[in-house]
Write a protein that binds this ligand. Structure first.
Ligand SMILES: CC(C)(COP(=O)(O)OP(=O)(O)OC[C@H]1O[C@@H](n2cnc3c(N)ncnc32)[C@H](O)[C@@H]1OP(=O)(O)O)[C@@H](O)C(=O)NCCC(=O)NCCS
Length: 412
């Protein structure tokens, strides 16, 4: 076999062949329009892999993104993407070498204290210190069974269909405003919006083309949007349409309720599915029959603290805490050590210490609890974290928890 060299993508032709390998290993045909859109937010020097002189044998990369943390800070994150090893080269350690290279690179860049990714298979990334930190929910049901609680205030706004341009005139500001209260979500600059709204047969999954709705307040300001695809269907007994909802965002509860009411009332629709929901999605509490709205929970973002003390100072905490964490990190040994975290709702300090540790935890499990959606108490009860000082875990678990469940529907 030709010798492999680890290198970054050099130019656009090289990027095309890099992407061709990536699509191929993901068992897809390359999508030229998607690649072109993705190129707009791709930094070539962050895309790298093993090349045999003729073709790419393995690929990996990262986008420079920002993620919303508990407490509302929007901080830089390496959004890891495009990780593939060709079938001819699998299980020879290429992924391990790429993870090594990438985490060293993120550390030396110094901008990002965090890396995040979606895993194609959940067994892959724990060994590299990534912990499963958030879940997405798929909500589905028969719209006529759902109903709405009668005490829901729908406000006095109006919902209308919008074209893409009108949506793009209003939705980014609504999204950005909502972001601070949505831990685990990433920023969506204009090229990412284009990618998010890109409408291909593959993305439609048998439904119709993408549609948009906008909610306006009585004063004319836009305060909610919905992105969805209807699927026409006729059963022998009559209409049997499906509604595939991609995203609903609102700046206030009435607008959120009103736009959902609009979606669920569309004539000829009988069933709905919302793939981009959070586990604590408000719709679950607005419907009259909660059982009729089924909720399937799927794993979402894996989080890796590349710089443990810095990462711990970036987020806010649900309660005051003063705790010494004994962190073990085999893959990034610079994180192994004892760190004293003094933190609360208003800020956090974290520094190396020689003081005795209260809690022992791996970097992977620290990544899992980082967004506030996984309980340190549960991990301790499961034997994955250790309570070294009696009573340290409940208080620390409360501080690390967060009232809003993290989630992230935008795949990258
Ligand atoms: C997942 C993938 C990148 C692994 O690449 P690889 O070069 O074969 O991985 P490595 O040889 O470095 O394996 C490192 C370790 O991870 C394990 N591992 C790798 N892929 C795994 C998987 N899918 N499931 C479980 N374990 C896996 C290996 O067995 C090995 O374990 P060991 O250290 O105990 O021996 C490759 O199989 C692939 O491209 N799969 C298809 C695309 C994909 O799913 N990419 C991930 C996108 S998030």
């Amino acid at each position: 076999m030709p010798e492999l060299s680890l290198r970054a993508v050099t130019d656009d032709d090289d990027f095309q062949s890099f992407m061709a390998t990536m699509y191929s290993v993901f068992l897809q045909d390359p999508q030229p329009d998607e690649i072109e859109l993705g190129r707009k937010f791709t930094e070539l020097d962050r895309m790298f892999g093993f090349h045999d002189g003729t073709r790419w044998a393995a690929t990996a990369g990262a986008y420079s993104k920002k993620v919303s943390l508990p407490g509302g800070a929007l901080v830089p994150v390496a959004a890891v993407t495009g990780v593939t090893v060709s079938p001819s080269h699998r299980r020879k350690g290429l992924l391990t070498a790429m993870m090594r290279h990438q985490l060293d690179d993120i550390r030396s860049r110094g901008t990002e204290a965090l890396a995040m990714l979606f895993a194609s298979e959940t067994l892959i990334y724990g060994r590299f210190g990534y912990g499963l930190a958030s879940s997405n929910a798929v909500l589905s049901g028969r719209v006529r069974d759902l109903g709405f609680r009668t005490d829901v205030d729908l406000g006095a706004g109006t919902v209308t269909e919008a074209d893409r341009e009108t949506l793009l005139g209003a939705a980014p500001a609504i999204y950005d405003r909502a972001l601070a209260n949505l831990p685990g979500r990433m920023d969506r600059p204009a090229p990412w919006w284009d990618y998010w709204l890109h409408d291909t047969a593959e993305r439609r999954k048998g439904a119709g083309s993408i549609r948009f709705a906008l909610h306006h307040e009585p004063d004319g300001s836009a305060s909610a949007y919905a992105i969805y695809r209807p699927k026409s269907d006729w059963a022998p007994a009559g209409p049997n349409g499906e509604l595939h909802v991609q995203e609903v965002r609102a700046t206030n509860p009435r607008a959120y309720a009103r736009i959902w009411r609009y979606l669920l009332d569309i004539d000829l629709i009988r069933t709905m599915q919302y793939d981009g929901a959070a586990v604590d999605e408000r719709l679950r509490y607005l419907v009259a029959d909660q059982r009729a709205l089924q909720c399937q929970v799927n794993d979402a973002i894996f989080t890796r603290l590349v710089d443990v003390p810095r990462a711990l100072t970036l987020r806010r905490y649900a309660g005051d805490v003063d705790v010494v964490l004994q962190v073990s990190d085999e893959f990034c040994p610079w994180n192994t050590g004892r760190f004293r975290l003094r933190a609360g709702r208003d800020g956090a300090e974290c520094e190396n210490t020689d003081a005795p540790a209260d809690i022992a935890i791996t970097a992977r499990d620290l990544g899992a609890i980082y967004l506030g959606g996984v309980s340190l108490q549960a991990l301790t009860t499961a034997g994955l974290a250790g309570e070294l000082t009696s009573g340290a875990v409940p208080a620390t678990a409360t501080a690390f928890g967060w009232p809003v469940a993290p989630s992230m529907p935008d795949h990258f």
